[in-house]
Each structure stands twice: as structure tokens, then as C-alpha cells.
Design a protein around this ligand. Structure first.
Ligand code: ATP
Ligand code: MG
Length: 462
């Protein structure tokens, strides 16, 4: 008989502690440790609640070269951009975790996928722990898809699995995993133990039955999927939905994929009829770019294999604080602080007298170091109050010594810039020397930060 016990579990990293702590000693997160009463579940052989999840089943050892090639059975989701991120469609028996901010469109995309599969003749079970069937029907009416989907308003894991065994759907959507609880555990729905156990059971179920499963997950204030870290390890694919809730543009990023590329990005537009594919995201991202305004620079970024032109904006305003502010949106704040120190030191801009606000327009998040040169161009332009040339793009990594370093995918970035009519590219000098530019694009090689300031001064930013 399982005996209940009290444990103190960190909601961030799942570390267990003997007593309550204000700060997790494992990951350093504050106020993340919560008390949980759980029954020590001893998995019986073949038990569905076993934590030993994954596609690996018992079998004889064999030479890797003799393993027969398994043909992946994929189903198109009806959204080209989503299929790109997944690597060609939903894999049979795979488990996909979809996270994103509240209201970003997680239920919408799930219903659209379910609708497409159901129209193609598949059985789709949509388990809704958050919305009533009436709310889902309203959404399906608005989207014009999903009416063939079977809705199950249920939060009990054992009930969900029983219904799934009866209906034998090809796709199970669980909206959301945080609402599901297992009767086997005494802790509350949404707790670390519950989320971990329910996700593990649903994964085991998916692997055993070949039913593709889509788990929708809430995200924390820090932007990671709420619940234990192990959740991301258990599933096959992790997708994050991002975008500025104010704009219709949504980005779907694959951060983990056992069956396809990672870091691939799909771009959608949210409208009355749901999410639609966007084939020309750069044009949309730059549509509202102000011309002739200081502090705006265009960056050709590469997400996965896809080039995207985004606008980096900076505002340097005179500070009255002893320690001026450095605020960023969509960029790494530490990186931006380092870059402002570099430009201060290497190019003599007195940025320590300024508050600095730097962001990427359109709610896009850019993490790659190739953004450095564009961030610096925007900062220099704002600090000097002179716009950068409107026909220019900027990319390159900047080192602490002020040197501009080569980055990957230079050709892809330049091709996208040329396609959108840009005439100049400021890039690392080493890259400019070895690359043949696309027609209509002039390359301006920048060896170091000081040279960027000089090149901008030559073209108007004095
Ligand atoms: N009538 C409408 N016209 C256009 N867009 C709409 C309409 N109704 C809802 N939306 C869009 O759908 C979004 C909500 O989508 P959805 O409910 O799928 O989000 P969610 O990520 O599942 O949210 P939650 O975290 O609350 O479950 C809204 O933010 C809005 O952008
Ligand atoms: Mg929802």
C-alpha cells in the first residue's frame, strides 16, 4: 500500500528538498519551493503511471547497423508553417508540448489542427479542462473548422485514458496539461508531481497506442513552460508560441524536436478565422518601420533556416539616475548592457549618461549574437540623433575588444535583404571580403566598432 509523504519540490527545476526553503539551492530560484503531499507511486510492471517513458520498449540487444529503418508516419496539420517547424507534419505516436503566453492562440491552433485531421477522416479527441464545449463550439464556428472534433470536458487522467481507449482517436489534444490530475496522487492539479505524472502517463499511452498527442502548457512569468523541467524531456517536441499580443503576428518556435529540425520558426497571422500561414514575414515585420527616424536599424536574422528581417529600435535618453537604466524587449538584456559598454569605451559615446531602451519590433525575440551590429547601429543612431541609412541592414557579432566577428548564414541574410530592396549591408569585414554580394547590394565591411561609427558618420550619422 502506498504511503503518503510530504516533500518540498522546486517548481522550476523539480529538485526535492527535505524542508521548505525560500530559495531553491539547486537552481537558485526564489519562492519556487512548494510543499506537496504525494503518494509514493510504485509502478507495477506495465503500469501506465510508470515514469519510464519513451519509445524504447523491452527487446533483445542488436547491432545498430541491423536495426530496420522505421518509416515515420506523418500527417499534415493543414498549416504549412507548422509542418515546417515539425519537420513535415505530426508524427504518429509522438507527443508535442505547445507553450505560450495566455491568449496567444494555443487553443486556436490546436483546434485548427484537430479540424484539419478530422476533415481528413481521422478521429480527434479534444480534452478541454479550461473551456466548456460551448466555448469550443463558438471558436469552431468562428474558425470554420473543428466541428467534427470530439470534445471531452474532463480533467481526470484515468477518465481521459479510458475515453481514449474507447474512441481510439488518431490525435489527442489536452488543453491544458496543468488542468489534468491523476487520482493516484493526492497533490493538487497543476502541481509538479501531477503535471509530471500526467504527462508521463499520456506519453506512455501515445507510444503504446500510436496516438499522436498534443499537450498545451501554460508558461511562467519567466517564459518557460510551467511545471517541472522534466516535462520538456518527457515529450518528443516542444514548441513555443510567441508574438506581441497587440499585433496579429505570431511566431511558433521549435525548441526541441526528436523528429525534425530545432529552432525552426513558423510565422502566422492571427485573424478572425484563426491562424493563417505568412509566406513573407519580413515584409510584414518591416511594414511599420519609420523612415528617417533615429534609433531604428534593420537586422537580417536567421531563425533555424529561415531569414527574417526585423527592426531593432533603440532610444537613448538623458538619465537623471546615478545608475542609468538599460531596458530591453525581445533581446538579451545582459548582451545589450555589454554592447553599450563596448561602444562607450571603443567609440567614445557617453552612454553612461543615458538611459537606454532597446527592443525588437513586432514581438519577435532575437537571441543570436549576429544582432550585435544592428543593436549598436540603433544605439549610436539614437545617441547621435541621426537616422541610419534607410536602405541598410546590419549584422555581425561584436567582441569585448570591439572587434566585429563573422556569423553563420551570411549569404542567406544578404539574399533576403536584397530580395526586399535593401542596397547596403554593414557586416563583418572578414565576411565582406570572401562573399560575392547578391545583385543590387553593396557590402560595407566593418572590422571594429569604431569603424561602424565612422561608416555611419560617412553615410549621415555624424
Ligand atoms: N473574434 C476574433 N477575431 C480575431 N481574433 C480573435 C477573435 N477572438 C479571439 N481572437 C484571437 O484569439 C486569441 C485567443 O486565442 P486562444 O484562446 O486560442 O488563446 P490561448 O493561448 O488558448 O489562451 P489561454 O492561455 O487563455 O488558453 C486572442 O488573443 C485573439 O488574438
Ligand atoms: Mg486556451
Amino acid at each position: 500500500m502506498a504511503r503518503p509523504r510530504t516533500v518540498f519540490v522546486c517548481q522550476q527545476c523539480s529538485a526535492q528538498h527535505a524542508k521548505w526553503l525560500g530559495r531553491c539551492t539547486e537552481c537558485g530560484a526564489w519562492e519556487s519551493v512548494v510543499e506537496e503531499t504525494q503518494r509514493a507511486v510504485v509502478p507495477a510492471a506495465g503500469s501506465r503511471t510508470s515514469l519510464a517513458v519513451g519509445a524504447a520498449r523491452g527487446g533483445a540487444p542488436q547491432r545498430l547497423g541491423d536495426v530496420a529503418h522505421e518509416q515515420r508516419d506523418r500527417t499534415g496539420s493543414g498549416l504549412i508553417e507548422l509542418d515546417r517547424v515539425l519537420g513535415g507534419g505530426l508524427v504518429r505516436g509522438s507527443v508535442t508540448l505547445l507553450g505560450g503566453d495566455p491568449g496567444i492562440g494555443k487553443s486556436t491552433i490546436a483546434l485548427q489542427i484537430g479540424g484539419t485531421l478530422a476533415q481528413a477522416g481521422a478521429r480527434v479527441l479534444y480534452v478541454s479542462g479550461e473551456e466548456s464545449p460551448e466555448q469550443l463550439k463558438l471558436r469552431a464556428d468562428r474558425l470554420g473548422t473543428g466541428l467534427e472534433v470530439t470534445v471531452l470536458p474532463e480533467t481526470c487522467l484515468e477518465e481521459i485514458l479510458a475515453v481514449a481507449d474507447r474512441l481510439e482517436p488518431q490525435l489527442i489534444v489536452v488543453d491544458s496539461i496543468q488542468t489534468v490530475h491523476s487520482r493516484e496522487l493526492t497533490s493538487a492539479a497543476g502541481s509538479v508531481a501531477q503535471v509530471r505524472e500526467c504527462a508521463a502517463s499520456l506519453t506512455t499511452h501515445a507510444k503504446a497506442t500510436g496516438r499522436s498527442t498534443l499537450l498545451i502548457g501554460h508558461v511562467t512569468r519567466e517564459g518557460s513552460i510551467a511545471g517541472p523541467r522534466v516535462l520538456e524531456h518527457v515529450v518528443d517536441t516542444v514548441l513555443y508560441f510567441e508574438g506581441d499580443p497587440g499585433s496579429g503576428l505570431r511566431l511558433l518556435r521549435g525548441v526541441k524536436n526528436r523528429f525534425g529540425p530545432t529552432n525552426e520558426v513558423g510565422v502566422f497571422e492571427m485573424g478572425e478565422a484563426g491562424l493563417s500561414d505568412v509566406a513573407n514575414p519580413s515584409e510584414i515585420l518591416l511594414a511599420e518601420r519609420p523612415r528617417g527616424v533615429p534609433g531604428s536599424a534593420v537586422l537580417p536574422t536567421v531563425e533555424g533556416t529561415r531569414p527574417l528581417l526585423v527592426e531593432v529600435q533603440a532610444l537613448a535618453s538623458r538619465s537623471v539616475l546615478a545608475m542609468p537604466r538599460r531596458t530591453t524587449l525581445g533581446l538579451d538584456s545582459n548582451r545589450t548592457a555589454v554592447l553599450s559598454a563596448i561602444v562607450d569605451r571603443r567609440a567614445g559615446l557617453r552612454l553612461f549618461e543615458h538611459d537606454l531602451f532597446v527592443s525588437v519590433a513586432g514581438g519577435v525575440r532575437v537571441q543570436e549574437p549576429a544582432a550585435d551590429l544592428a543593436i549598436l547601429a540603433a544605439i549610436v543612431s539614437s545617441a547621435r540623433d541621426v537616422p541610419v541609412p534607410p536602405d541598410a541592414v546590419f549584422f555581425g557579432e561584436v567582441g569585448l575588444a570591439g572587434e566585429v566577428r563573422a556569423v553563420r548564414h551570411a549569404e542567406t541574410r544578404l539574399k533576403e535583404a536584397a530580395k526586399l530592396g535593401f542596397a547596403r549591408a554593414f557586416l563583418p569585414e572578414i565576411t565582406a571580403r570572401r562573399i560575392e554580394p547578391p545583385a543590387g547590394l553593396r557590402l560595407v565591411g566593418i572590422p571594429a566598432v569604431g569603424d561602424l561609427c565612422a561608416a555611419l558618420a560617412d553615410s549621415g550619422v555624424s
